[in-house]
Ligand binder design. Structure first.
Ligand SMILES: NC(=O)C1=CN([C@@H]2O[C@H](COP(=O)(O)OP(=O)(O)OC[C@H]3O[C@@H](n4cnc5c(N)ncnc54)[C@H](OP(=O)(O)O)[C@@H]3O)[C@@H](O)[C@H]2O)C=CC1
Ligand SMILES: Cc1cn([C@H]2C[C@H](O)[C@@H](COP(=O)(O)OP(=O)(O)O[C@H]3O[C@@H](C)C(=O)[C@@H](O)[C@H]3O)O2)c(=O)[nH]c1=O
Length: 311
């Protein structure tokens, strides 16, 4: 019997020696909620690569805000764990759409966590660097005090608090600033595409973040889930930069001129939601992913060799 273990390893074990909770993981699926988004599609793809059986559901099949929908799906699928990658990610729109934002970002995860706790199922959900206010100079760790500046950040903090209140063993991964070669809905893609068209690209040079390569995030989060990690964990690539530096690094790796990047203060974009001046995440729990530079090398290389055909 081949069982998926952490770090992509598998191991042979005779069934009679397999601990119950491990054998369950080889027989019952992982349930992915919110599967049709950026993180959801990457998670489904990597579960397949790693030999983890997954049932991936979008909103139509599983509405995380509906207890009836959640209970029916859990009864039918009987997963060994649930991963929530659903969410409302339109940070600026949330300022005038707080009800929908809180429903999808806070109520939904709380409904899932409650149902998972009742079934003693592991539960993984994702939070954001935008729970922080940027007032401190040092990077934020898991024990740093959150103080969100916008509706989106407040909805993510509410999710953390509600999920851990009903399911203290839940795994909450805080992360930030996705980039990926697997879809076009990310900042790195926008920057490189603008440069490919020979256009200037304005980017904020006074906001510092820790960008995260989505495949690295997915693999690290699955490893934590398989290792029965609990509580809040910070998972980003190692390193930080401003959005303008991120654009320059990506464009240079695409063999184009980074001088196409026009640095701007964040205030110059006239965005509805305030952003922290810095929201760099590091972990005090010892998890370290590869460097941002190394992840960007792979991301831009993949963008070159496997360009996305716009959907
Ligand atoms: N993008 C980023 O840079 C970061 C994201 N995160 C978090 O990661 C998670 C995933 O983000 P990302 O993949 O970028 O988001 P996407 O917007 O790409 O995907 C979110 C998905 O959630 C689905 N969804 C929304 N409401 C519900 C619901 N009630 N029931 C079921 N599904 C629902 C959406 O479905 P539909 O298509 O029908 O709307 C969508 O497919 C979110 O929790 C986000 O807060 C954290 C840090 C950074
Ligand atoms: C339009 C535009 C925005 N920006 C700035 C504003 C913005 O903060 C940032 C990137 O745009 P985004 O819309 O991805 O940024 P933003 O909405 O801040 O991204 C956030 O998404 C949510 C879901 C998170 O959880 C955060 O971790 C973060 O990734 O760059 C530029 O630098 N250049 C541009 O051309």
């Amino acid at each position: 019997m081949l069982l998926p273990m952490t770090n992509n390893k598998t191991w042979n074990m005779r069934p009679d020696f397999v601990p119950d909770h491990i054998s369950e993981r080889a027989i019952r699926p992982l349930l992915i909620a919110g599967a049709h988004g950026t993180l959801g599609r990457a998670l489904e793809r990597i579960c397949h690569t790693r030999g983890l059986v997954a049932v991936a559901m979008g909103r139509a099949e599983l509405d995380i805000t509906s207890p009836v929908s959640v209970e029916n799906v859990l009864d039918k699928v009987r997963p060994w764990a649930v991963v929530n990658v659903a969410g409302y990610v339109r940070v600026d729109a949330a300022e005038t759409d707080a009800g929908q934002c809180f429903s999808e970002n806070a109520t939904g995860p709380s409904v899932l966590a409650t149902a998972c706790a009742a079934r003693q199922l592991p539960f993984l959900t994702f939070s954001s660097d935008l729970v922080f206010d940027g007032e401190q100079d040092e990077p934020y760790t898991e024990s740093s005090k959150p103080n969100p500046l916008n509706v989106y950040g407040r909805s993510k903090l509410a999710a953390e608090q509600r999920v851990l209140a009903v399911h203290p063993q839940a795994l909450v991964v805080r992360t930030s600033a996705f980039f990926s070669s697997w879809d076009e809905f990310n900042f790195v893609h926008f920057a490189v595409q603008a440069a490919r068209r020979g256009e200037q690209f304005e980017a904020a040079d006074d906001v510092r973040i820790s960008p995260t390569f989505v495949p690295d995030l997915v693999n690290a989060s699955l490893d934590l889930l398989l290792d029965d990690a609990a509580g809040i964990w910070h998972v980003t690539n190692h390193g930080s930069c401003t959005w303008a530096e991120l654009a320059r690094m990506a464009i240079a790796r695409a063999g184009l001129s980074p001088d196409l990047v026009v640095p701007r203060p964040m205030a110059g974009f006239g965005l509805a939601a305030a952003r922290p001046r810095q929201s760099v995440l590091v972990s005090e729990k010892g998890i370290v992913l590869r460097s941002l530079e190394h992840a960007l090398d792979q991301c831009v290389r993949e963008m070159e060799h496997h360009p996305i055909v716009a959907g």
